[in-house]
Design a protein around this ligand. Sequence first.
Ligand code: APR
Length: 319
Amino acid sequence: MVKVAVLGAAGGIGQPLSLLLKANPLVTELALFDIVNTPGVAADLSHINTPAKVTGYIGDEQLGDALKGAHVVVIPAGVPRKPGMTRDDLFNINAGIVKNLATGAAKHCPKAFVAVISNPVNSTVPIVAEVFKQHGVFDPKRIFGVTTLDIVRAATFVSEITGADVASTNVPVIGGHSGATILPILSSLSHSFTDAQRDALVQRIQYGGDEVVKAKNGAGSATLSMAYAGARFVSALLDASVLKKAGVKECTYIKTDVAAADGVEYFSTVVELGVDGVAVAHPLPSFSEHEKKLYAAAIAELKVNIQKGIDFVAKSAAL
Ligand code: APR
């Protein structure tokens, strides 16, 4: 039995993500949890002739049933920013949602892989980790921030410049999952870019999400491409843990010591996945002079983001 639970399954990301997971033949049970609309989404998806049995769960009292026995938990739950809301307001709401869902996962499926999509990922992953620590079930190999959209975007944008086949273009993107914390390693490619091309590419990869927000006229952010990226990451987890495929690699944001020397304990890096989650976390690559500067900027911002997540859990525990 391979049960995947999607928390926030009725949302802009959650629905297409659930569709893609329903199309994954390795999934035998798909649990769709949200505070609204999951019975409808589940009924709709349940007519698709793939193996996964789909069930909708709605409201906090059904969270435990949605999570029980889950092999993978994916979390795209959150709220969009509304007029009058500050970034801090938004952070506090999403952080509270993630903390509540993580508490459910720590209680009902402590051994599941947890893939966090809810933003800000740089802070929400430490929130999940702190909650799991409080419950005595934290395993850093099993909790992931999904940064796959950065890798997907980087491959697309780079291949537009190089003309190389997009499907065989692989650009490692490490660091974090927002703005200046996103660190594409363009120096690892055989193509040599001009400084202007390089700067434009880095900027586009770091702020690609803004193109979508602008094109949607403020009505939302990336949902379809994020759902694709989330489904690709879950598929990699299942290939490694269910099919026991060797050599499954993805970049993902985890608790790791790869950048500990520079004072951060969470970092996205290339990870080899195995039956228990992270089998090997690759060390930092060798940086170009330009990437060294980007790395320093990423570290400075990551420190603040990580601390914000840790403080959120500590503060709410003290209340
Ligand atoms: N438990 C479960 N689901 C919740 C909760 C909760 N406590 N609170 C809100 N949700 C659900 C909403 O009901 C909605 O269906 O999360 C879903 C979010 O969907 P959208 O508002 O459409 O947002 P979306 O664009 O999908 O983004 C979700 O992902 O990338 C991040 O920044 C983004 O944090 C945001 C999240």
